[in-house]
Write a protein that binds this ligand. Structure first.
Ligand SMILES: *Cc1c(COP(=O)(O)O)cnc(C)c1O
Length: 379
């Protein structure tokens, strides 16, 4: 019997989303509007924000860019972030006219190694971008301790961690600036989209200006599905706003996010339970109880990885690799970078397995079974 192909990612888009999009088209206002505002309000409600503000953007990358800008990052500054991160972060730093400084990660949670980050701090260091890889929180208290010691801003890359908690508090609901992504593969999607969370009321107007071409007062009009025809342009700015149509998709998704998180947690635990006994496989050091899982990854011995990926592919099981480390890219290798011992190792060991918001027990058993078979054949 032909087995069904299993993709790495699979969006959970239902009839609810189609209805939401149809309703959004029927408003007759396609651009940024009332649904953008409503999406921001729903994000704030989900995160339980108190005295914190949400500005939605058209991508997670643009959220990082304007998040860095509002944190004061500019030409001549350095921003420390893991090399083991998506290139969106490094490009967002460069887009500010600043330079990324590439740091190693810890071997346990694959989050930024704060001891190594401290060694990279220079008089130019302005901010640090931690990432919660796969949705598993990094050592955030250490990041904030370092930021405090050296007066750095924290721009939290929370793109993998929408719904993850630290000490019972949702990431984004505390601390300095946080950025989320709602791109096609993230836990909830608005096809493309993002959001910046800031604790500073003063930042909101600046973020609105950075988001919409430096225009000073159009946002409040657009939130009423209308436009201001007389306005001033008060700063540099980009075209980074989230449209009503995309927001309608995000709104339909956020209604279901708790179900998505609950399911994905259960699937991750099941993977770990099945794969822990497999010799050659290292599962994530998390019980996922506080995690909103974005991806499920395993580590395998570097010489075995290509063979495993090929074996799974032959069985109709797609895999991914998150990420190629930044210092290996031709454009990024010029930037300052510390020792990369862990990054170099995991870059050869990581394999991302399929994780969807709706999976069958049999699917996970089949994937884990194939991994077990591979290592039985290649001990
Ligand atoms: C998804 C992602 C981003 C950027 O988000 P987009 O919405 O795709 O622009 C940034 N950093 C990391 C680690 C990501 O996974």
């Amino acid at each position: 019997m032909m087995q069904e192909h299993i993709p790495v990612f699979k969006p959970a888009i239902g009839i609810d989303t189609l209805k939401a999009v149809t309703d959004a088209f029927n408003i007759g206002w396609l651009g940024m509007g009332s649904l953008t505002k409503e999406f921001e309000e729903r994000l704030a409600a989900f995160l339980g924000l108190k005295d914190r503000y949400v500005v939605a953007t058209n991508t997670g990358t643009s959220a990082l860019h304007v998040g860095l800008l509002v944190a004061g990052v500019g030409p001549g500054d350095e921003v420390i972030t893991p090399a083991h991160n998506f290139v969106a972060d490094h490009q967002a730093i460069i887009a500010c006219g600043a330079e990324p400084v590439l740091c190693d990660v810890r071997d346990d949670d694959l989050g930024i190694d704060c001891d190594k980050a401290e060694e990279l701090i220079s008089p130019k260091t302005k901010a640090i971008i931690p990432l919660h890889y796969a949705g598993i929180p990094c050592h955030l208290a250490e990041v904030y301790a370092l930021a405090k010691k050296y007066s750095l801003r924290v721009v939290d890359d929370a793109t993998h961690a929408f719904g993850t908690t630290v000490d019972g508090k949702l990431i984004g609901s505390f601390g300095d600036i946080a950025c989320f992504s709602f791109d096609p593969v993230k836990i909830i999607t608005s096809i493309d989209g993002g959001a910046v969370i800031t604790p500073h009321a003063d930042d909101v107007q600046k973020l609105h200006q950075f988001r919409l071409l430096g225009i000073d007062k159009d946002t409040s009009e657009r939130y009423k599905n209308s436009r201001a025809w007389e306005y001033d342009v008060v700063s540099a700015g980009h075209r980074y706003h989230l449209t009503n149509i995309m927001a309608s998709i995000g709104l339909s998704q956020i209604q279901r996010v708790n179900e998505f998180i609950t399911n994905r947690r259960a699937y991750c635990r099941f993977y770990s339970e099945l794969l822990k006994p497999v010799r050659g496989v290292r599962t994530p050091a998390s019980d996922f109880s506080n995690v909103s899982p974005f991806i499920y990854y395993i580590r395998v011995p570097a010489p075995k990885r290509a063979g495993l990926i090929e074996h799974l592919k032959g069985k109709g099981i797609a895999t991914g690799i998150h990420f190629v480390p930044a210092h290996r890219f031709s454009f990024l290798k010029r930037f300052r970078c510390g020792s990369m011992a862990v990054t170099e190792q995991i870059a050869e060991e990581l394999v991302t397995l399929p994780l969807h918001s709706f999976m069958l027990v049999e699917t996970i058993q089949r994937i884990a079974g194939e991994i077990g078979d591979f290592f039985a054949m290649h001990p």
